[in-house]
Structures are given as C-alpha cells and as structure tokens.
Design a protein around this ligand. Sequence first.
Ligand code: ACM
Length: 538
Amino acid sequence: MFKSVVTRALTVLYVGALLVACQVEKKKRINFPPTDLAKENLIPKPLKVVPTNKAFGLDRYTAIYTTQDTQGFSEVGQFLADKIKTKLDLDVPVNAESDVPIERIIYINKADSLELDSHEAYQLYITQDSILLNSSTAEGAFRGIQTLRQLIPEESNDTLAEQRIWPIPSGKIFDNPNFGFRGSMLDVARHFFSVEDVKKYIDLLSYYKINVLHLHLSDDQGWRIEIKSWPKLTEIGGSTEVGGEAGGFFTQEDYKEIVAYAAKHYMTIIPEIDMPGHTNAASVSYPFLNGNGKTPKLYEGTRVGFSTFDTAKDTVYAFIDDVVREISAITPGPYFHIGGDESHVTKKKDFIYFVEKVEKIVQKHGKRMIGWDEIASANIDSTSISQYWSSGDNAQKALKKGMKVILSPAKKTYLDMQYDTLSKHGLHWAAYIPVDSAYVWTPEEYEGIPMESILGVEAPLWSETISNIDELEYLAFPRVIGYSELSWSIKENRDWENFKVRLANQAPYLDRMDVKYYASPRIDWKKSKYTYKEIQKD
Ligand code: ACM
C-alpha cells in the first residue's frame, strides 16, 4: 500500500516533469525581435554599453539569486523583486524555492575584480538565459538594479509565449560614477514636507542613482527637527511657515525613519542647521540666541539676511553643541551642514569667529563640516567642505585652503528657479533655468575648479513658493533627472539631443509614480498608458 502510494506520487512527478520539459522546449523557441541595448533610454547614461541584440525574457519562470554570505546582497535582490511586483504584478522569488520550474535567473553577485574597485561600480551581463550583476559591494549592486529596472519594459509582449513576457535587451554594461557625491537638497523649513513626501522624493531620486539628500532643517520661518534638550525650538519655532500655515517638524523618530529609508536606498542624509543667519525661528523660541538687537517674532515672509545668532555668548555655543550632538547621534552619514549663507547682519569678524568655533563643535561630534560658500572666509580645516552657490571668489578661497567643493551654482542647479516666465512656481533671481540649460554645462570644468577638488554636484530645492508634493515635483522634475546624469555620467557620454529623447521616455515611469512633472514643451514626451488615477505606488 505504502509502496504503491510512493510509486503513484513518483509517476505524477515524472509526468509533471515531462510536461514541464515540453514547456521548456516551447519556451526555448521564443523568437524575440532584435534588440539594441545601446538604444535603451537609460538615465544616467552608463559608462559603456555593448549590445548583443538578443533578449532575456523576464517572466513567471524567472528567479533571483544573490550572494548570501555578504550583508546587503539579498536585500538588494528583494528590492528588485518588490519593484518588479509593483511594476508588472509579477512574482519573482528571491533565494527561494519556486512553485514553477525556473528557466532563467537573475544573479546578483559579489565579485572582487580589478575593474570593480570603486564601491559603486557594477557590471551587467545580460544573455538569453541569465542576467548576471557583478559588484564588489551591495551599494554597487543597488546602483546596477536601477539600471535593470529601467531596462524592464512597461508593457509585456503577449504574442511571444503563452505567458506574459517582458523582453530585456541582451548585452553588457560596465558602469561607474563620475562623481561619488550626487545630491539634491530639500528645504523643509520655508514650507514643511511630511515624512511620506520625503520618502517619495527618495524613491524618485534613487531610481536615477542620486545618493545624497541634504535636508535644510531650519531657517527664519521654521525649525523642523525635534531637539530634546531644547523643546521650544519645535513647539514655537516649528509652529508656522511661509504664508502662515501650521508648519510642522520631524520628531527624532521621524528623522530616524527618513535616515533608515534613505539607507535602504544607499542614500546619505545630510542635516543642515543654518546659522548664524537664517535663525529667526530659533531666536523666537529662545530669545537669548538672538544677536540682531530686535525682539524676534515668528516670521512668515520670504525676506533673507535679517537674523543672526549672538556670536559672542558662550551659551549660544553650548546650545549649538546640544543641537549638533543630538542630530549627529541619529545621523549615520559623515556630514553636518552648518549653513553659513547670507549672514548679512553678522559683522564679518563675528561671522569668522563663529564659523571657526562651530567647525570645532561639528568635528567634536564626529562629523565633517559643510557650509555654503561664505564659510571659506574663515580659517577652517581642509577637511571641511564648501558648497558653491553664488561666489566664485569664495570657491577660490576654499580651493586655496585645500577644501573640497560641492557644485550648486544657483544659476545652473537651483531647482526653485523658474523654467521660464510662464512657470507656475519658483523664483528667478539667479536665472530662468529651462530643462536644456539645466543640463547643458560641464561641472568638470566649472569656473576653473579642478576636477579633483569637486566632491560632486547637488541641486537644491528651496521651498518659498512650493507647499506640497505636487509643487515640489513640478520644480524638481524633469530637471533633477538631468543633474543625475551630469554627476554620474562622464562628459563624453553626455549630449543634449540624445538626452532629450531618453528624458522623453521617462514619462511612463513618472506617470506611473504619479509625479506631477513640468511637461516642458522642449521635450517630445512619450505618451503613456497610465493616468494619475490608476497609479501603483512604486
Ligand atoms: C542660499 O541660496 N542662500 C544658499
């Protein structure tokens, strides 16, 4: 009896295997139309692409396997599987048994080869049977996964086989970023943005391999991060915003949630507490901080340059020590941004004294100081970093000190600049920045700053004129996609005419993600099947 049950089970298995084998035979005969990996709409453009004109068929017989003895690789595999699920409604197992026979695999592999010595480098080998993603780190694998996501078509081909199948062009990709620091900044001080808004921005930026998000957490109009030792900063200083709405702030738990979400996307969060100017909200909360001789009141306008800390008081530095300590303790990244811009009512000598003292505080808490370009007039360390936004002279001072520079020239990279005179949101004090002007410049050669002194490129989004995620997206997209390419891809691989076609083809992704991008008439946007109502969150 027992034996016959076993025999029957084996027979069933055998017949099942035969059936599967027949299906395999059928699948092997899939005739994909020719492909050209080099013509795919990848942004940022990879370093080198070698097409082989066949295709890998992503379908329900595909599985993902990863290196499992190094932390992070299986998570990257799961990240890819989750994105495939939301994009295609296709389940792809990760390092797991499958209910169906597996025909093709995506293998995410830790590989220590000489060409992969940079931690974000990766190689993709796509054949008919397998996709091999090599990287020496999980971070590099994560960047490679973004390329793979962009290669998966939005639509399946339902004529090639019985099952739905998504052809991925075959070939090889060798990739490595030009700049290790590729950033955007979000001003949550002038108008507050929620944790969910910030997470969505992280989703979108990381799809284009941007790896730094700088959060401008304090300004005249609002203080947006809980400091446990100084609770009035958020109780009072976080209570309003430009235009007089209720404002808001991140609790430290909220901030940790953002940091953890960013880390999952291999993105570094840089916290900024802007000082000694741009400090009205702090001084309203604790008037002893104030150094401009006036009684501070909550401010809901958009003027700049009227506030300053009192740079002579020890208590002010004790306060700053607490703030830097509490924020640094929940910030795993190496940087702390002290602002330092537009301190128009701080005497020059006081400003210099202040920046030098605050640099020591930042270093004491284990961080590397970043400040807007004005900080270079102080006698600061070569390890501190100057963020160039307006003054070439200040950039030169930073270079003389041996400091590295982050390129954020307002007239090229400020995402709050209007596209043109018809723009619904934004300002134009630095320039109008249409989509092509944002892209057509050369960071590697900007104002004679040598390449080895450039840490990277960052596109700041100030929020005086935007108060919700739709408005944020209108200013950031599509321009920030261009900055991703300006900072990842080498100059020889950048070309506006070519970029603008690839950009046009981002529309289905942006629409699926419900991004209210500015549909610039300079781009011949691809039509997509998604409407804002049918969105799946990616
Ligand atoms: C700045 O735009 N004030 C850095």
